[in-house]
Design a protein around this ligand. Structure first.
Ligand SMILES: Nc1ncnc2c1ncn2[C@@H]1O[C@H](COP(=O)(O)OP(=O)(O)OP(=O)(O)O)[C@@H](O)[C@H]1O
Ligand SMILES: [Mg+2]
Length: 232
């Protein structure tokens, strides 16, 4: 089902990640690879370490041990300033529990990454509007996050993650607050965009219907990837 050559170097590779929050081990030797343009679903029980893995891969959290290599660069060793710059240019993130800026409208939330990248206000608003439309929330462009439904906020978060044309999108349960029809609409918009722009997508989901949109699926259990053939 996978479209990439198994021999090509992965775009992003994590090896042997461990991460402990206080005394809770969240990751215990997790390894995963993502190829350019690949859509990878990460599934697993609640608490199995999915969000922690995403945060380590996206350079938001540094692992305690192990390596994260993106396009030949060790992300886990990159100084903070270069890391945040790389996150801004190459990555788009949809967090599990929103992260929209409460004071800004939907349109301004989506325009912000473009403004940070140097776009003019008019251009940023024009492109932000196009992305809101793609995800079916242009009608909500003047709403602030506190005035949106959970599903509308998720659509706006996706628009914000994709607006800069990132190489990798990390999406943590992007359809978790949506009914199945809206979930399908959002997933087809996401997959269509990813295929068109050859964007790699790491998609966390507990929904088998959503995972079915991916090229490949890995399952986490107790902070590690379940070996092939063992996954239930
Ligand atoms: N910031 C934190 N502080 C303390 N413990 C944490 C923190 N983040 C995660 N944990 C713990 O680490 C483990 C893995 O959490 P994580 O959020 O990665 O799981 P998950 O697979 O995303 O779960 P869910 O499906 O419920 O979102 C859990 O036991 C959780 O309680
Ligand atoms: Mg989670």
């Amino acid at each position: 089902m996978s479209t990439h050559s198994e021999k090509s170097a992965p775009l992003l590779a994590a090896r042997g990640l461990t991460k402990t929050h206080g005394r809770t081990p969240a990751l215990r030797g997790a390894s995963v690879e993502l190829h350019a343009g690949e859509i990878l679903a990460v599934t697993g029980a609640s608490g199995s370490g999915k969000s922690t893995l995403l945060h380590c891969l996206a350079g938001i959290v540094r692992p305690d041990e192990g390596s994260v290599v993106y396009g030949g660069t060790r992300l886990d060793r990159l100084p903070e300033k270069r890391l945040s710059e790389l996150r801004r240019t190459d990555f788009g993130v949809v967090f599990q529990f929103g992260q929209l800026i409460p004071e800004l409208t939907a349109l301004d939330n989506v325009a912000l990454p473009l403004l940070l990248a140097g776009a003019s206000r008019g251009e940023a608003h024009r492109r932000a509007g196009e992305w809101l439309e793609r995800f079916g929330v242009l009608g909500q462009k003047e709403l602030r996050p506190g005035e949106m439904s959970g599903g509308q906020a998720q659509r706006v978060s996706l628009a914000r993650a994709l607006v800069t044309g990132p190489k990798v999108v990390f999406a943590d349960e992007p359809t978790g607050a949506l009914d199945s029809l809206s979930g399908e609409q959002v997933m087809s918009a996401l997959v269509h965009t990813a295929r068109e722009a050859r964007t790699a997508v790491l998609l966390i989901t507990h929904d088998a219907q959503v995972a079915a949109y991916a090229d490949r699926e890995v399952q986490l259990r107790d902070g590690a990837v379940v070996p092939l053939g063992v996954a239930a």
